[in-house]
Design a protein around this ligand. Structure first.
Ligand SMILES: Nc1ncnc2c1ncn2[C@@H]1O[C@H](COP(=O)(O)OP(=O)(O)OP(=O)(O)O)[C@@H](O)[C@H]1O
Length: 331
C-alpha cells in the first residue's frame, strides 16, 4: 500500500506493524510490559533507526517482527503478507525474507568455516546452484568491502571484529531479504571501525536499495545511517520522523533530553550533559498515562491521566506528547 513519507513522495511499504504488544511473564505473577502498542511502517529502500535507553524494548521490537516469539497482540505485515496470520510452516518460509544481524558476530558465525562458505551457506539452503553461489558470495563480499579471494579464503576466526561484522552483513544479504534487521551491530566495535561499517550500510542502501531497521542506543550512530528515526520509551513509540528534522527540531521532551545528553549532538543553548534525569521506570509497573511523565520537566496532571497518542506535526513527523515542544500545525 503506498504511503506518504515526506508528504509528497509515494513509496511502497516493506514492513508494517500495528499496535504491537509484547508481554513476558515475570516472578510473583507479574508481567513485563516490553512493548505497549507500537505501530510504524518501514518504506522500501529506507533505513529506519530505532533509538532509546537500554530496556525500552528495541530488541524486543526486532524479535517480535521475526515473531520470535510471537507478539502477545498486534499485527506484523512484511510487504503484503501478514506474518501474524501465518501458521508455523508459512512463517518458516516467510522468515527467509527477513535477515537479522546481531551485535556479536562471533556467536553467529561458525569459526570452522571459510568466509566464502559462511556467505554462501544461506544460498545453499535456498537451493541455489554451486556456480551461482560462488559468484554471488564474491559479489557480496566486495559489496561489504572485503576481498573475495583474500578474505573469502580465511576462516572467520582469523578476521577482526569489524571484518566479521562485514561478513555477517554479506551473509544476511545472501538471500536478498526484503528487510534487514540490525540489532546494535556496531556497539562492540571501536569508533573508527564503527564508521566504516556505517559507511558500508549507507552504500548498500544506495546501491541495492536495501531496506533496514537499525537499532542502537547511540543517537550519533543512528543519525549516520537513518532516513527516519523512531524514538522508543518504555515499550512505546514517543516520536518518529525524518532524521535531520528530528535531531534539529525534536517535538517530544524525551527526544530533546536524549539529544541534549548525547556527547557530540548537543546544540547551541542545550544544558550541560546529564540533562536526562532520573531512572527509567520498571517495565513491570509502567507509570499511568504518559510513560515519560515521571522524568519530564513539562509534565502536568493530564500526563498522569491519559496516555498521549501520536499526532502529526507535519512532514511525517509524529510525536506522542500532551505538551509538545511546538504546537501542532494549524493550532
Ligand atoms: N524473554 C524475556 N523475558 C522477560 N523479560 C524480557 C524478555 N525479553 C526482554 N525482556 C524485558 O523487556 C524489556 C525490554 O527489553 P529489550 O531487550 O527489548 O530492550 P532494549 O531497548 O533492546 O535494551 P538493551 O539494549 O539493553 O537490550 C526489558 O525490561 C527486558 O528485561
Amino acid at each position: 500500500m503506498p504511503e506518504s513519507v515526506s508528504g509528497t513522495e509515494q513509496t511502497q511499504i516493506a514492513l508494517r506493524i500495528e499496535d504491537l504488544v509484547q508481554e513476558f511473564p515475570a516472578r510473583r505473577g507479574q508481567t513485563v510490559h516490553a512493548l505497549r502498542g507500537v505501530s510504524l511502517a518501514v518504506h522500501q529502500g529506507e533505513t529506519l533507526g530505532v533509538v532509546g535507553e537500554s530496556g525500552c524494548g528495541k530488541s524486543t521490537l526486532l524479535r517480535s517482527v521475526m515473531l520470535a516469539p510471537r507478539p502477545s497482540r498486534g499485527k506484523v505485515f512484511l510487504e503484503d503478507v501478514e506474518l501474524t496470520g501465518l501458521d508455523h510452516r508459512g512463517l518458516t518460509k516467510a522468515r527467509r525474507r527477513l535477515a537479522l544481524v546481531f551485535q556479536d558476530p562471533y556467536s553467529s558465525l561458525d569459526p570452522r568455516f571459510l568466509v566464502r562458505e559462511l556467505v554462501a551457506e544461506p544460498m545453499l539452503a535456498a537451493g541455489m546452484a554451486r556456480a551461482d553461489r560462488a559468484k554471488k558470495s564474491a559479489e557480496l563480499l566486495e559489496a561489504v568491502g572485503l576481498d573475495p579471494h583474500h578474505h573469502g579464503a580465511r576462516r572467520s576466526s582469523e578476521l577482526s571484529g569489524g571484518q566479521l561484522q562485514r561478513v555477517a552483513i554479506a551473509r544476511a544479504l545472501a538471500t536478498e531479504p526484503a528487510l534487514m534487521l540490525c540489532d546494535e551491530i556496531v556497539s562492540a566495535l571501536d569508533v573508527s571501525v564503527q564508521a566504516q561499517i556505517l559507511n558500508v550500510l549507507r552504500e548498500l542502501r544506495s546501491r541495492l536499495r536495501l531496506t533496514s531497521v537499525f537499532v542502537s542506543h547511540d543517537l550519533g550512530v543512528v543519525r549516520h545511517v537513518s532516513d527516519r528515526i523512531a524514538v522508543m520509551y518504555l515499550g512505546t513509540l514517543s516520536e518518529i520522523g525524518p532524521a535531520g528534522e528530528l535531531y534539529q527540531r525534536p517535538v517530544h521532551p524525551y527526544t530533546d533530553a536524549l539529544i541534549s545528553a548525547a556527547p557530540g549532538l548537543r546544540r547551541a543553548g542545550d544544558r550541560a550533559q546529564g540533562h536526562l534525569e532520573g531512572e527509567l521506570p520498571s517495565p513491570l509497573a509502567p507509570p499511568s498515562g504518559c510513560p515519560f511523565r515521571t522524568r519530564c520537566p513539562k509534565a502536568q496532571a493530564l500526563c498522569a491521566e491519559q496516555m498521549p497518542e501520536l499526532q502529526d506535526f507535519g512532514g511525517g513527523h509524529l510525536a506522542a506528547c500532551h505538551f509538545p515542544l511546538r504546537a501542532l500545525p494549524g493550532r
